[in-house]
Design a binder for this molecule. Structure first.
Ligand code: GLN
Length: 268
């Protein structure tokens, strides 16, 4: 659907076919016109379409979003597909950790893709707004019983616990401060805390590397979404050969480096 179809479906409370065959053929009521005017005004002011209609689609799943929660991107599907593919090679129950879950999209898509019911998923975020949205999205998609949502600054909530994970997955903030001003105005309406990272965009990768030494199980894997041009920087962060076995980089549909898969040595 194009933008205006999406907006009209929202205002009329119908789907795309209804727009052309049903509700869409009748004149708009006064209330509907007011609502349409309100949405178009906000949209013209740069508010993202997905916030105005309240949801988006991620890997075929409906994910609700609102201001304060990052809107899931199609590129992130490459991250989840890589993780589902690699994890399928490990034939045992698996503990999965999604760091910075936001709307919950990654954890929910992992749960939905776990056909054999082998994953025990933990999803953390520092933002209460995100955790609330993520929990409700997990219910909406029927996977609430497979995911434990916890408030945490990266690994902080596991401090002192014996827990380890077979898979750590994250789409952390990775935009460098110097690149933030150049972002489209739509994107600047999303929470900057979900986009911006110190250390030229590498802060969270460095923190994840440090924490994963402790929390990633032997033979475990880390799946990270990365920005264009960050592959070499990531390889430098995961350079300790005693701990990290290898790194592979996966490209997205636009042929840009998008995902780093880091494999842990089997004995550490
Ligand atoms: N995990 C969420 C996503 O991939 C949020 C990521 C973030 O806030 N940086 O969309």
């Amino acid at each position: 659907m194009n933008e205006i179809e999406t907006i009209l479906c929202k205002v009329l409370g119908c789907d795309r076919s209804g727009l052309y065959l049903g509700a869409g053929r009748k004149a708009l009521s006064g209330r509907q016109l007011d609502r349409l005017g309100e949405i178009l005004k906000k949209r013209a002011g740069g508010e993202p379409l997905q916030y105005l209609v309240g949801d988006t689609e991620f890997m075929g799943l409906k994910i609700k979003v609102s201001p304060g929660v990052l809107i899931p991107r199609p590129e992130t599907e490459v991250l989840v597909e890589a993780a589902l593919g690699q994890m399928a090679l490990l034939q045992r129950p698996l503990d999965v950790l999604d760091i910075g879950t936001g709307s919950g999209n990654i954890a929910i898509a992992m749960a939905a893709g776990d056909r054999e019911g082998r994953y025990n998923i933990f999803a953390v975020d520092i933002s209460d707004t995100c955790l609330k949205k993520a929990r409700s999205n997990s219910k909406l998609n029927g996977v609430a019983d497979k995911i434990t949502f916890l408030k945490s600054d990266i690994f902080s909530c596991f401090k002192g616990l014996k827990k380890t994970f077979d898979c750590i997955i994250s789409n952390p903030p990775y935009i460098a401060e110097k690149d933030y001003d150049g972002l489209p105005s739509d994107v600047k309406n999303e929470p900057s805390s979900a986009l911006l990272a110190a250390d030229e965009g590498f802060y969270f990768y460095k923190e994840i590397e440090k924490g994963a030494r402790r929390y990633l199980a032997p033979s475990g894997m880390i799946f990270l979404e990365i920005g264009d041009g960050q592959a070499d920087g990531i390889k430098n962060i995961f350079c300790d050969k005693h701990i990290w076995n290898k790194i592979s980089i996966v490209k997205d549909y636009n042929d840009r480096d998008r995902v780093a898969i880091v494999y842990r040595q089997s004995k550490v």
